[in-house]
Design a protein around this ligand. Structure first.
Ligand SMILES: [Zn+2]
Length: 74
């Protein structure tokens, strides 16, 4: 059993946005995709396909495009 595993269990992680959490990219709240957390779900706001991972969906996130629009008001 490998102690160091590339596939982190996001779904049961209580430490949201804590140190060590991998994000999709700098400035994004979305989780980085992995083998167990593929980016294969549509955004619930704009409907763009393959924008969210199951971990993102679990937290009720929307895609970066919608998040930016919500934050910037456009
Ligand atoms: Zn969206």
């Amino acid at each position: 059993m490998a102690f160091y595993d590339d596939d982190y269990d996001f779904d049961d992680d209580p430490f949201d946005a804590g140190d060590g959490t991998r994000f999709a990219r700098s400035g994004s709240a979305l989780r980085a995709a992995s083998k167990r957390n593929p980016r294969n779900l549509p955004c619930g706001t704009c409907g763009r396909p393959n924008m969210l991972t199951p971990a993102d969906k679990h937290r009720g996130y929307q895609c970066d495009i919608c998040a930016r629009q919500a934050e910037q008001g456009w």
